[in-house]
Design a protein around this ligand. Sequence first.
Ligand SMILES: [Cu+2]
Length: 131
Amino acid sequence: MVMLMAATLLGSAACAQTQVHLIEFTADSDSRYKIAGLRTPEITVKAGEQVLLRVTARRGKSWNRDGSIHGFALLRTKDRTRVEGWDLLFKPGIQEFQLTAPTEPGEYVAVCTVICSEEHEGMHMKFTVVP
Ligand SMILES: [Cu+2]
């Protein structure tokens, strides 16, 4: 996991040059992932592409001892196995993560890994990898 706090160099200017796919979402205080403009949050990436996740996290009712308030782990839908490198923890505020999309096309699910409230079990979103 590469965590880049305030990585201004990886903003929109770099995207045009290096084809980084910027994805922004909120891990919200009501234990839900949210994406502006989408009623149901969902992420689609190309296999193996470079992805920059820009995450805004807002504290729910509970959080980890280390101060992380939500998480994000990527699982293969078919067998619920974890995708290496996609196991993130969020602190309050905005943070960015530079990641490589899974190389295997298919259906995945992103799930929260912090017991953030009694609504935690419902904190997940569809994640699709296309060829
Ligand atoms: Cu949670």
